[in-house]
Design a protein around this ligand. Structure first.
Ligand code: ADP
Length: 263
């Protein structure tokens, strides 16, 4: 069933690819071909010394196209999940250095993980990728700077709990919230934000895959992801991952192992 779902998701993605990315990719190719054409004309005119700017334009387009296909291939080659007990607080702490390097100096990073966080059952590597994607989105939403907060707490969500998002079964979850003080999203953008290849960013900068990957990861982990955002005020992405209830609580060493960044 999981394979069928994956296949269906891929088909859907391919359908959107032909509509969206193929169009963008074609624009980049047109730019490259146009630059080559102009270079050829200049050389034939004996003005081969004037082709520098066309070379630069072709190179820039080629590099953006290569970055695009690279990320598309990474998406198509998504690894199957390897769920294990994960100590989310240790995982986030282990990412702090990477996050600081990823964010601009104008963005203040705050990490606020609650004490006695439950272990979760999920793929640690994919969780890191997800958090990194959310942080990059937050950074992109705050070009003039701001504050990025990554918080985690335990959320015991009963059936009647008002905090339980629609679409998430009642149960015990660890909630990870990535909050920025950026541009926020309009209701129209929120409605499409999880669609593969939906992006409002310029070609080569956005693939529109970040949130769709986080969504796929959350659902396959039997969790959920929710967006709360207000135009001009900022965004909070809440990621719910199921509590892990092993026969024995995970020891220090296995917690650490699950939290070590891979690759
Ligand atoms: P990408 O970042 O490549 O565009 P995503 O799937 O991660 O792809 O995001 C889709 C779109 O959702 C973005 O282009 C942007 O418009 C919007 N978005 C995502 N995260 C945020 C955020 N933190 N603040 C504002 N808009 C966001």
């Amino acid at each position: 069933a999981e394979e069928a779902l994956l296949q269906a998701q891929k088909m859907e993605a391919v359908g959107q690819l032909t509509g969206g990315i193929a169009h963008d990719f074609n624009n980049l190719l047109t730019g490259i071909v146009g630059s080559l054409d102009l270079m050829q004309t200049r050389i034939r005119q004996g003005r081969g010394d004037q082709i520098d700017k066309y070379i630069a334009a072709a190179l820039a387009s080629g590099q953006r196209a290569a970055a695009l296909t690279h990320r598309l291939l990474a998406f198509a080659r998504r690894q199957p999940l390897e769920p294990r007990p994960v100590a989310v607080d240790a995982l986030i702490a282990g990412m702090e250095e990477l996050l600081r390097r990823t964010l601009s100096e104008r963005v203040a990073l705050k990490i606020a993980t609650a004490d006695a966080l439950w272990p979760t059952l999920c793929d640690a590597h994919q969780l890191e990728n997800g958090i990194l994607n959310l942080a990059i989105n937050a950074r992109d939403a705050m070009p003039a700077g701001g504050r990025l907060t990554i918080a985690a707490d335990n959320a015991a969500l009963g059936r009647t709990d008002a905090r339980r998002p629609a679409g998430l079964a009642a149960g015990d979850y660890v909630r990870i919230q990535v909050t920025d003080t950026g541009t926020g999203m309009t209701p129209e953008v929120i409605a499409k934000a999880f669609d593969p290849f939906f992006t409002t960013k310029p070609i080569g900068q956005g693939t529109g895959l970040g949130l769709s990957m986080v969504y796929g990861f959350a659902r396959q982990s039997e969790g959920h992801v929710a967006i709360a955002s207000e135009s001009g005020r900022g965004t909070t992405i809440s990621l719910y991952l199921p509590r892990h209830r092993g026969s024995a609580p995970p020891g220090r060493s296995s917690e650490h192992e699950a939290a070590v960044p891979v690759g």
